[in-house]
Ligand binder design. Structure first.
Ligand SMILES: Cc1cc2nc3c(=O)[nH]c(=O)nc-3n(C[C@H](O)[C@H](O)[C@H](O)COP(=O)(O)OP(=O)(O)OC[C@H]3O[C@@H](n4cnc5c(N)ncnc54)[C@H](O)[C@@H]3O)c2cc1C
Length: 452
């Protein structure tokens, strides 16, 4: 099939409402694949062996494969679709260099010290991997701004905390915000200098290409349908082949509804999110909207995060209402109204939508700020690395690297994530109901009537 960008969400060939709700509309609805798809990989068509088989080529699985291959471990990466087709090729492109709440880390044996140290030491991992492997993924560290309408003790506390970890953060006022963002709406904010943006589809595919160069084998259109014990090994089967390996790493995230190890799916609170991109904007408009081209989001609700990509498009994401994830025009209209309220120059401009899509996030808690990735052991030699919530751009590659190094060293306990047994969450629909039915609609009203 010829590769084609899609914006049509209503025509005869538009995806069904169910596909939008499940976050699995075809990946070429996402803004991030450019005019051409990345390298397309063939399906597995033989019975082969490896040291480690990784299932799922998103940010997490691609990083595991890359870092295992770098250590000379014989690695096979199996992907149901093509690399980056899950949440990783559909996200909002923000690189958030900090952690929202440290509270859940108190459950780690050392109170989370190892995790926070690793996170802070590797917070530039995306830029570093791109430089090291020559990955072109429109990555920039032009800063990330949390913009608020009034001073916030919460933001100030956050700045102090991360400054104490060596972060370069400016607390900025109305003048700086006006210069950087081109709007007078915000009066207080944080500028995280190490924050930035990435094209997550290109980055994921870049990690996969780098893994292949280092000897990893990658098979796409190869959905794993079974994972069976074979002596002291595991045989991981697809419809047309199998891989036998001593270790299996499952990185299927929000797409974990598999017949094998179904307990993993029960560990998560799923939440669908939608993304949209405008058509490229004129230089004149770009001088008025966020001239600094930093990444920015609004405090407290972050309803309209904005990235300007290399094609001069505005890319944003939000959480759609219950049952209305397919309503592209509705969410684009919200976004436009926000632009009009915030950047007067946009009021008479013809800003139109180029792409609209949805994706599925998998969360480990029903509190947004408390969603941390998890490392599960489902059987001897079989681990699941998943549940990255809304912040997998940084944590996916980072935790993937930590796990790969721990496997390569034969010391799984060295992974910064503690190994847990999968435990089913209670009321898995709770998070979705809370966010989609209540919190987001209230936040939209508050923002519209200037109550934030
Ligand atoms: C709209 C949206 C906006 C977001 N914005 C941001 C953001 O700005 N910044 C940020 O850091 N994060 C953001 N996120 C979150 C981020 O995208 C995720 O945390 C991250 O992509 C998760 O990566 P992953 O590798 O765990 O999962 P995925 O990318 O979902 O990868 C899982 C892969 O497993 C494959 N798979 C599933 N089952 C099988 C099987 N049986 N066999 C083989 N393969 C299988 C799937 O096809 C998929 O490719 C956003 C997410 C969405 C949806």
């Amino acid at each position: 099939m010829a590769w084609k960008k899609y914006a049509d969400t209503q025509g005869a060939h538009a995806p069904s409402k169910a596909l939008y709700e499940a976050g699995v509309v075809p990946i070429n609805y996402s803004a991030w694949p450019l005019e051409q798809p990345a390298t397309q990989y063939a399906a597995l068509s033989a019975d082969i062996d490896a040291d480690v088989v990784v299932i799922g080529a998103g940010l997490a699985g691609s990083s595991v494969a890359l870092h295992l291959a770098e250590r000379g471990i014989k690695t096979v990466l199996l992907e149901a679709d093509q690399p980056g087709a899950g949440a990783s090729g559909r996200n909002a492109g923000h690189i958030q260099p900090y952690l929202s709440s440290l509270e859940p880390l108190s459950a780690h044996k050392d109170g989370g010290r190892k995790f926070v140290d690793y996170f802070t030491s590797h917070r530039n991992i995306i830029v570093d991997l791109c430089a090291k492997h020559g990955i072109e993924a429109d990555v920039h560290q032009r800063g990330m701004i949390d913009a608020a309408k009034k001073p916030s003790a919460d933001l100030e506390k956050k700045a102090k905390l991360w400054q104490s970890h060596g972060y370069n953060i400016d607390i900025i006022g109305a003048d700086t915000l006006k210069n950087m963002l081109g709007t007078e709406v915000y009066h207080y904010g944080l500028l995280w200098r190490e924050g930035g943006q990435v094209n997550p589809y290109l980055f994921t595919n870049g990690m996969v290409s780098a893994a292949v160069k280092l000897g990893a084998q990658v098979y796409a259109d190869s959905r794993v349908v079974a994972c069976e014990a074979a002596g002291s090994n595991w045989r991981v089967r697809t419809a047309t082949g199998s891989v036998t390996a001593a270790q299996v790493v499952i990185c299927t995230s929000g797409h974990t509804g598999n017949d094998f190890f179904p307990e993993l799916q029960h560990t998560q609170y799923p939440l669908v999110a939608c993304g949209l991109a405008t058509r490229p904007l004129s230089a004149e408009l770009l001088a008025a909207i966020n001239p600094s081209r930093s990444v920015f989001t609004q405090y407290p609700a972050g309803l309209y995060p904005i990235v300007i990509d290399e094609r001069n498009r505005l890319v944003s994401a939000t959480i759609p209402g219950m049952g209305s994830a397919q309503q592209a025009d509705k969410y684009f209209a919200y976004f436009l109204r926000y632009l009009h309220r915030t950047f007067p120059a946009t009021r008479n401009a013809n800003i139109t939508m180029e792409s609209y899509w949805t994706g599925m996030t998998a969360n480990s808690s029903h509190h947004y700020d408390k969603c941390y990735p998890k490392l599960y052991q489902v059987a001897k030699g079989v681990h699941g690395l998943m549940n990255f919530g809304s912040w997998g751009n940084l944590q996916g590659p980072m935790m993937g690297m930590s796990l790969a190094h721990a496997i390569a060293d034969g010391r799984l306990d060295d992974c910064v994530l503690p190994i847990e047994k999968p435990v089913a969450v209670r009321f898995p629909g709770l998070f979705e109901t809370k966010i989609r039915r209540t919190l987001i609609p209230i936040a939209r009203l508050a923002d519209r009537f200037d109550l934030t």
